[in-house]
Design a protein around this ligand. Structure first.
Ligand SMILES: [Zn+2]
Ligand SMILES: [Zn+2]
Length: 174
């Protein structure tokens, strides 16, 4: 029996963390633990861009190991980028244990919309850690989102094809 650990950096509301923990539990059917990390991730900050480098955060996170940890995902309140891209909503180690999602570009006056967007990006990045690739079904949470429009279009759940692959991998942890 393992846990998905959820941690946060920067300005992330407790309400959102708890709601996202509920989302993960529902979609992945694994227990979730919200953990706090006292850490200085300023090494990932790029002052010229005013953004944090997603790959550096993942590298930093990979030094953190909790008991019975299946995966660790971080929600961060600041903007993320990757080389060659203006921004990224999140990033994950494909088939690895660590993922990060930024809430920075997901904000919306309607909290329900903001939370739902965060759930989608969380499930998408966790999907990558469980070995799922991008999916052509625009409603599948594994479809690639380059814009907030595409985030809003997709659902927070996996299409039947991705779900089958995911359940196969998850059965190992349940
Ligand atoms: Zn992706
Ligand atoms: Zn799919």
């Amino acid at each position: 029996m393992g846990y998905i650990y959820l941690v946060s950096f920067g300005d992330v509301e407790d309400r959102l963390l708890l709601a996202d923990a509920g989302n993960i539990k529902e979609i992945f059917e694994l227990e979730v633990r919200v953990a706090t990390v006292k850490a200085d991730i300023s090494v990932a900050y790029n002052p010229e861009r005013g953004q944090y480098h997603a790959g550096s955060i993942l590298k930093y996170l990979s030094g953190i190991v909790y008991p019975n940890m299946v995966r660790l995902i971080a929600l961060v309140g600041f903007d993320l980028y990757e080389e060659g891209l203006n921004f990224v909503f999140g990033e994950a180690q494909y088939g690895g244990k660590y993922a990060v999602v930024s809430t920075y570009r997901l904000r919306h006056p309607d909290e329900k919309v903001f939370f739902e967007r965060t759930f989608k990006e969380t499930n998408h990045e966790l999907g990558h850690t469980f070995g799922l690739k991008h999916c052509e079904d625009p409603y599948c949470v594994m479809s690639f989102s380059n814009s907030i429009y595409e985030v809003d279009r997709k659902s927070r759940d996996f299409c039947p094809k991705c779900r089958r692959k995911l359940d196969y991998v998850l059965s190992y942890y349940r």
